[in-house]
Design a protein around this ligand. Structure first.
Ligand code: PLP
Length: 442
């Protein structure tokens, strides 16, 4: 099927002359209808409608600096709130366990074709319900319980699915952790190689929740080949930057690429896996029926919309601005005295130790929250401290860039953050002033 950036419904069966999903003749498109929009919710359940409205207000008023978050487009939200939510669709297009899947099959084929074209992958599976489900499926496809896996240590930026004892991964597999060089904050590939040679893992996982630099996928591939291990790239964070052409792609190097669709990629909450054709059957069976049941077709449709958006020049320009903003913000934060890990960033993500300003990460998050600045606490490498890391802060520029903020606003954000850490009165009002100028959903 040809890849088209914009959804086309020309070949869909028509049930009525005009459905609420058609653009009104001659008028502005209005996807929210009396039966499927906020009005329906308010009429039937005002209590919950108020909760949704309160969350919309919070997203508009506060400064959203959580590195894993973004604002999806109204088109993505429309697909999420569509009647595809009603459809059961176990299996894959053309081979479903349920009847009536002919139409939703079109949505999944669009999503798959757009993903493979965008990332140059031979095969894509768009059904994982989340990034964690994508990683679970990758392990299920390639590993057996008890296998050894080499991944980034949790204290250094590994995800829960990279061997946390609180997660299935830490219970079912024997994880060995690699870390970053305590002085540079960069992944030490010699150390990764030494650990690989010592432990002979069945798989090596490359990916992190907090690494602000581009992973060296070629170096990881070489190490994996040396010990005959699979290479799994968990590109949950950078996959949107890869789509925009501002980060290297793991697709040519990894046996399986796991990703989320809701971070920089700006789609619905969900996961994505990509692999070469020879692993396609194993990967698909690992997603369904091994680890999941029916696909969430409204989310799959929303992934198709987001992948269509991500293939546009406007999205590429967006990702360039995301990185330019992160670099500007990292520079401003170090000027203010925070210790920025690795001295800066290649991506949307910054980690920093606010200790020089007299607060640790948890206190910084609390004070920022009180000022309407939303960010995360995160382990930041610190060579001179016990354990080699401290609790610092993690922030990202994906959401504020979607709002239209550019370098001058990064200066304002850094100043607001410093004011919040000092607990200056009036900071919350200044934050609201800034966000008021850059509404995500006008
Ligand atoms: C976000 C993330 C995940 C998990 O995504 P969820 O959708 O929250 O399950 C997995 N791995 C990495 C590296 C991530 O950053």
């Amino acid at each position: 099927m040809a890849v088209s950036p914009a959804p086309s419904s020309g070949h869909l069966p028509r049930t009525s002359p005009r459905s609420p999903w058609d653009a009104p003749p001659g008028g502005a498109p209005d996807p929210w209808t009396p039966w499927a929009g906020p009005e329906a919710l308010r009429r039937q359940d005002p209590e919950l409608a108020d909760v949704l409205l309160a969350e919309l207000r919070r997203q508009r008023q506060d400064l959203q600096l959580i590195a894993a978050e973004n604002f999806t487009s109204p088109a993505v939200l429309a697909a999420l709130g569509s009647p595809l939510a009603n459809k059961y669709a176990e299996g894959y297009p053309g081979a479903r366990h349920h009847g009536g899947c002919e139409v939703v099959d079109l949505a999944e084929r669009l999503a798959v074709d757009r993903a493979t074209a965008l990332f140059g992958a031979e095969h894509a599976n768009v059904q994982p319900h989340s990034g964690s489900s994508a990683v679970l499926a990758a392990y299920a496809a390639l590993l057996r319980p008890g296998d050894t896996v080499l991944a980034m240590a949790l204290a250094q930026g590994g995800h829960l699915t990279h061997g946390s004892p609180a997660n299935f991964s830490g219970r079912w597999f024997d994880f060995v952790g690699y870390g970053v060089d305590p002085v540079t904050g960069l992944i030490d590939h010699d150390r990764v190689r030494a650990l690989a040679l010592a432990h002979r893992p069945k798989a090596i996982v490359c990916g992190s929740i907090s690494y602000p630099r581009h992973p060296d996928y070629a170096a990881f591939r070489e190490i994996a080949d040396e010990v005959d291990a699979y290479l799994i790239a968990d590109a949950a964070h950078p996959i949107g930057l890869v789509a925009g052409g501002v980060a290297p792609s793991p697709v040519p190097y990894a046996d399986v690429v796991c990703a989320t669709t809701h971070k920089v990629l700006r789609g619905p909450r969900g996961g994505l896996v990509m692999c070469p054709a020879e692993l396609a059957g194993r990967m698909d069976r690992a997603v369904f029926p091994f680890t999941q049941g029916g696909a969430q077709m409204h989310t799959v449709a929303a992934k198709a919309v987001a992948l269509g958006e991500a293939a546009t020049p406007a999205f590429a320009a967006y990702t360039r601005q995301v990185v330019a903003n992160a670099r500007a913000l990292a520079g401003e934060l170090s000027q203010l005295g925070l210790t920025v890990a690795t001295g800066g960033t290649d991506t949307h993500l910054i980690t920093a130790d606010p200790a020089p300003l007299g607060v640790d990460g948890p206190a910084a998050r609390r004070r920022c929250a009180a000022a309407g600045i939303v960010l995360d606490v995160c382990a930041v490498p610190a060579p001179d401290r016990p354990g080699g890391c401290v609790k610092g802060i993690r922030l990202g520029t994906a959401a504020v860039t979607t709002q239209g903020m550019t370098e001058p606003e990064m200066g304002r954000i850094a100043a607001l953050l410093a004011a919040a850490l000092r607990e200056d009165a009036g900071t919350r009002a200044e934050v609201a002033e800034l966000t008021g100028e850059f509404q995500p959903y006008p």
